[in-house]
Design a binder for this molecule. Structure first.
Ligand SMILES: [Zn+2]
Length: 86
């Protein structure tokens, strides 16, 4: 697994983090843990097509994520605390 590479701190927000990806600022701020903006949400986690393509060539990459990266704060947000409105 590639988790050992991660140095970004994980936070547990008090309030849900509301993300509106129709706003460019949110789209570019919140990415998959590997920095991609093109993630999709599923019932219980997020799925990243860019990671899925990379996973074809690298067994260490998993396209399914349970955390979202806040690039602005450089923190990982657990998916449970994320609310996507778009
Ligand atoms: Zn990704």
């Amino acid at each position: 697994m590639s988790r050992a590479q991660r140095t970004t701190e994980r936070i547990e927000p008090d309030e849900p983090v509301v993300i509106d990806r129709r706003k460019g600022v949110d789209k570019w701020r919140y990415t998959c843990p590997n920095g991609h903006t093109s993630w999709d949400r599923t019932n219980s986690h997020l799925w990243c097509p860019a990671c899925a393509r990379a996973a074809d060539h690298d067994d260490d990459i998993d396209p399914e994520h349970y955390e979202l990266l806040d690039k602005s704060a450089e923190k990982l947000i657990p998916w449970d605390s994320v609310e996507v409105v778009s």
